[in-house]
Ligand binder design. Structure first.
Ligand code: HPA
Length: 247
């Protein structure tokens, strides 16, 4: 079954039939919100609002371990993560989607593994050469092309700590690192999914140029809201097509 991690607004979009909500607990604590079970494009899906139903959880307070654990317990084996980002790559304009294939983790102090050491179990270093699931990425790319979206087909996602936006100097450094898009929630989410053996891919939606890019002096929150509203309106069509591809 497909699990979708996204903003709370996503649980209400057209085409989604909500069947039930389930409050779950995990050994790692409570997920961000109740799991929403429903049907989209005739397929069963589970939604999880990453920032909580009232969008009250900042990126560094999200219980990523509980979120992915809860989804897996609910029978999810593929996770589609929806994430808004700032664009760094010159071709990644606000209002476009991207399907990243690599990640750089700039976050700190987050619970980033299920492997809690200290007992007798030997330390495991898990391969993370492919942070995103090849099959689900391919389905996302095919779906975006089918519905006629302009998108960046690959790219490196840089995960920052937030909740503040970056300085232009930080973004400049990230660009030198090879980062194409910057967001605050991509890690440890992608790695925890990997540890659990879930097939995980991200659809990134650019809501602004990252700080200092494209000659901008400052990031306008009003402009972000406008772009985001437009992206959210286009998302149901994209998601329905992804679900068709997955089915
Ligand atoms: N930086 C980090 N996260 C973001 C941004 C940004 O510019 N835009 C949306 N999420």
């Amino acid at each position: 079954m497909l699990g979708i991690i996204g903003g709370s607004g996503l649980a209400q979009f057209p085409g989604l039939t909500i069947e039930r909500r389930e409050v779950v607990r995990t050994p790692y604590g409570a997920p961000s919100a109740a799991l929403v079970f429903g049907r989209l494009a005739d397929a069963p899906v589970v939604f999880l609002a990453r920032h909580g139903h009232g969008h009250t959880l900042p990126p560094h307070r999200i219980n990523y371990r509980a979120n992915l654990w809860a989804l897996q317990q609910a029978g999810v084996d593929q996770v589609l993560a929806i994430a808004t980002v700032g664009g760094i790559h010159a071709d990644f304009l606000p209002g476009m989607f991207a399907v990243p294939d690599q990640v750089i983790d700039y976050t700190w102090g987050r619970e980033m593994t299920y492997a809690e050491y200290g007992g007798d179990a030997p330390v495991v270093h898990l391969d993370f050469s492919h942070p995103y699931c090849h099959e689900l990425r391919a389905q996302c790319l095919s779906a975006l092309a089918t519905v006629g979206e302009r998108f960046l087909p690959t790219g490196t996602y840089g995960a920052t700590q937030g909740p503040r936006l970056e300085t232009p100097a930080e973004v400049e450094r990230m660009a030198r690192d090879g980062v194409d898009m910057v967001g605050m929630t991509g890690m440890p989410e992608a790695y925890l999914a990997h540890e659990l053996g879930l097939c995980y891919a991200t659809i990134a939606a650019s809501v602004n140029w990252a700080a200092g890019r494209n000659g901008q002096d400052a990031i306008s929150m009003d402009a972000i809201t406008t772009v985001q509203t437009d992206l959210v309106a286009r998302l149901p069509t994209v998601l329905a097509e992804i679900i068709r591809q997955v089915a």
